[in-house]
Design a protein around this ligand. Structure first.
Ligand code: FE2
Length: 169
């Protein structure tokens, strides 16, 4: 059984971000499937390393996008990304120790690690962009100078859904 299923309420509404979130889901599901399938600790660590590397790249993409669209809560969001990254990095370090084991708590952590952030924080980015597009289209004061970010012509973040690096040392 799949650990994480993509649902419409996870949708931020910005294609590149949704695509990367789905890739994160895919990596976590891969970890879960290998765990359930009895893969070795070493094989699980390979997937976890990919997840750590992909998360780092994804957070950077999201921050670039927030900067481009003038998202007002960038600094707080960046701090949350740092905490999220630290927690997954620490998990990876812990599980890399000799004799460490993975269990159901590891899976629970990974599940809430990503879904909690999407629901509590990332959806606000999409809502902000949506409001901004509506404001620009209505020609509100200040609108002519506003960036023309739309769902069709989105910010210049690369939509690479492939894990960037093989491992984090
Ligand atoms: Fe985020």
């Amino acid at each position: 059984m799949t650990l994480l299923s993509w649902r419409s309420d996870y949708r931020v509404g910005i294609d590149v971000i949704d695509c990367e979130h789905q890739a994160l889901f895919g990596l976590i599901n891969d970890f879960h499937d290998k765990f359930a399938g009895g893969d070795t600790h070493g094989q699980l660590l390979v997937v976890l390393n990919r997840l750590v590397a992909y998360a780092e790249a994804h957070f950077q993409h999201e921050e670039t996008l927030m900067r481009e669209i003038g998202y007002p809560h960038l600094a707080e969001h960046q701090q949350m990304h740092e905490q999220l990254y630290s927690s997954i990095f620490a998990l990876n370090e812990k599980l890399s120790q000799h004799g460490a084991t993975m269990n159901a708590d590891t899976l629970r952590f990974l599940k809430t690690w990503i879904t909690g952030h999407i629901i509590q924080e990332d959806l606000s980015i999409g809502e902000f962009l949506e409001r901004k597009i509506i404001t620009v289209r209505r020609g509100a004061p200040g609108a002519p100078g506003a960036p023309m970010a739309t769902r069709e012509a989105q910010p210049s973040v690369q939509g690479n859904a492939t894990p960037r690096a093989e491992a984090v040392k």
